[in-house]
Design a protein around this ligand. Structure first.
Ligand code: NAD
Ligand code: ZN
Ligand code: ZN
Length: 336
């Protein structure tokens, strides 16, 4: 099968023919129809983070397609089912995290396109228990971005505990953020969009953002404090440390900062303000299979729609470069 393969960090991916093994009894083989390109794939290919991916690696954790083969131990799925293979490729199923609805914290987890091969390929082998079915109303290109960008931002909003009628800021309106704006609106929240690109702020407004701020022109914390007295929660998806600092200062008392973006730097937090303001700072990592089903349902009901541009697998290195330079509006989806 044809796949895009990372052989060394910070080097172009190679498009090449690779073999496909038979599935184990608990696995399924998915013929990939589409796969979104997440900024995480770029971090993986660059070796940005303390925990490195396997090499060589087939990246991709927004792969969606049709099951074409099933292991002998999988009984709840059928050949022909439309499914997606998320970042949470598998978990152990019996640790304290798996047993308490927090499977994304499982220490035994495998991650698609990171610790195991992902979906930048014509076929991908997946764990039968961790693929999630796609509602009929959503086509493949629409579904792909929901398997990471969608579920991650939907979950981050849940984690923020912000309630309908309150204000949240979405900092970074890229692949994740443009879906965050839509989930937030669908959840009845008022939205401030923050991004360093005019086109992205324009898109955010079209998607329902009530206020848009460009940190190159205005200090987001200052504008938000002056106009709104602060936001109840801020979901930070930008790959930029400054964006996290500024989001912290834009919170009202009792507010929650949800860390989602993954720049490799550290964040400095003033202890005094955090204590007196009763601030919550929380990290949020993708979402569980249940979160994913909920996130997909919003799209099936037409409340959320990924903005996509379709590209070919062969274009992946150009796509990475565009993503790195902030030139992608919405999500690029590789189509097969
Ligand atoms: P993206 O490149 O599509 O979007 C990033 C956005 O941030 C762009 O719109 C860019 O213009 C904007 N930006 C850059 N500097 C900014 C600044 N100073 N202030 C405000 N906005 C700024 O990337 P993406 O695919 O949306 O991923 C974003 C990050 O989230 C990556 O680090 C990725 O690894 C991480 N991620 C985390 C999870 C999770 O579970 N926590 C899941 C998926 C992705
Ligand atoms: Zn992702
Ligand atoms: Zn576990």
């Amino acid at each position: 099968m044809k796949a895009a393969v990372t052989h060394a960090f910070k080097k172009p991916l190679e498009i090449k023919e690779v073999g496909l093994r038979d599935p184990d009894p608990h696995e399924v083989v998915v013929k990939i129809h589409a796969c979104g390109v997440c900024h995480t794939d770029l971090h993986a290919a660059n070796g940005d983070w303390p925990v490195k991916p396997k090499l060589p690696l087939i990246p991709g954790h927004e792969g969606v397609g049709v099951i074409v083969q099933i292991g002998t131990g999988v009984h709840h799925l059928q050949v022909g089912d439309r499914v997606g293979i998320p970042w949470l490729y598998s978990a152990c199923g019996h640790c304290e995290f798996c047993l308490s609805g927090r499977e994304t914290l499982c220490l035994q987890q495998q991650n698609a396109g990171y610790s195991v091969d992902g979906s930048y390929a014509e076929y991908c082998i997946a764990h039968g228990d961790y693929v999630v079915k796609i509602p009929d109303a959503i086509d493949f290109v629409q579904a792909a971005p929901l398997f990471c960008a969608g579920v991650t931002t939907y979950k981050a909003l849940k984690v923020s505990k912000a309630r309908a009628g309150q204000w949240v800021s979405i900092v970074g309106v890229g692949g994740l953020g443009h879906l965050a704006v839509q989930y937030a609106k669908a959840m009845g929240l008022n939205v401030v969009a923050v991004d360093t690109s005019e086109e992205k702020l324009e898109l955010a407004k079209q998607l329902g953002a009530d206020l848009a701020i460009d940190p190159r022109n205005d200090d987001p914390a200052e504008v938000i404090k002056n106009k709104l007295g602060g936001v109840q929660a801020s979901i930070v998806t930008a790959v930029n440390k400054k964006a996290f600092d500024s989001a912290y200062y834009s919170l009202k008392r009792g507010g929650t900062l949800v860390l989602v973006g993954l720049p490799p730097e550290k964040m400095e937090v003033p202890i005094f303000n955090t204590v007196l303001d009763g601030t919550t700072i929380v990290g949020s990592i993708v979402g569980t299979r249940q979160d994913l089903e909920e996130a997909l349902q919003f799209a099936a009901e037409g409340k959320v729609k990924a903005i996509t541009a379709v590209r070919r697998l062969e274009e992946i290195n150009e796509v990475f470069s565009e993503l790195e330079h902030g030139e992608v509006d919405g999500r690029i989806v590789l189509s097969f």
